[in-house]
Design a protein around this ligand. Sequence first.
Ligand code: F6P
Length: 367
Amino acid sequence: MTIRKIAITTGGGDAPGLNAVIRAVVLAAHLRGWETYGIREGYDGLLFPERYPAGGLVRLLPDAVRGITALGGTILGTTNRGNPLHYPVRQLDGSYTETDLSAPLLQAFALHELDALVAVGGDGSMEIAHALAQKGLRIVGVPKTIDNDLAQTVITFGFDTAVSFATEAIDRLHTTAASHRRVMVVEVMGRYAGWIALNSGVSGSADVILIPEIPYDMEAVAQKIRDCEAFGQRHAIVVVAEGAHPKGEGYTIKEGAHAGHAPRLGGVGEHVAAEISLLTGKETRTVVLGHLLRGGSPTTFDRLVALRFGAAAVRALAEGQENVMVALDPPTVKYVPLAEATRRMKTVPLDCDTMLTARELGICFGD
Ligand code: F6P
């Protein structure tokens, strides 16, 4: 089938590099004589065009994407509450029910004569893309997540930017922690995978790193801090992933699951700090980096991965591929079936080289 018009959507939590993907898609499509249209806020722009005075579907000419490679966020907007197959609809009593809006969505694609879609997002967005592909849409997925937990790609863009920012924050905390002889607890994002905590903690010379993959024992953490003290280091840095949890206990949840939305994590850093203070008598402070990790300009590494992914997505469509996700397999970019993309989550293997390095540096994981 010849391609004349393609659409692009960004879904789920934003990640630095999304705009670089958009730019690469628009320019690579333009080079082939195709038109590119951006869908606002996931699929909402097509489902509810009346909500967008400037249009829910916007033509993206090369001019519209000039200078956006270095820009954080997404010029299209995004949502993690807009799964078209389970769309949350608020009821009068405040509760939510879910509706399948895939039929009107497919009609909107047909109405606008869109021949293919580049869907950029994390595991949830790839599942949606796969479901829509099975209903007949021609789709190529582009993976993103700062958590780096998608198994089929060696890395996702956004991760390097998040780790670089977290490392810089940890560097800054060393001097204030040392001056006051305090324990500084830094909470970073990472729901089910501790990649951000591990990579920034090792690079930033943390003393303790707590990740979801290793349920922790507070006594082991406290002992590490006492050991630091005994060796003359009167301060300590503890990096905690938001999904880290004590042995035999669950996640620290800020807001429960609702309307098809996963529970919002947060607050484990405060608990860890309070326990450290109780068990060691040390003064502690907590810093939550949270959404700061998702903001800002992508690093060079993330820009390049994002541009390569965007160009590869258009190349895939030009080659007649569909229902695939682009993935980084250094030194190249490959295509994996969307069905495979979310089958497995990429958590930190406990015997990976970075974990071994961390152990050899004497970093405690609370086990
Ligand atoms: O998936 C990326 C992520 O940053 C998670 O680490 C975090 O739990 C989640 O997004 C936060 O999402 P929201 O912006 O909806 O609170």
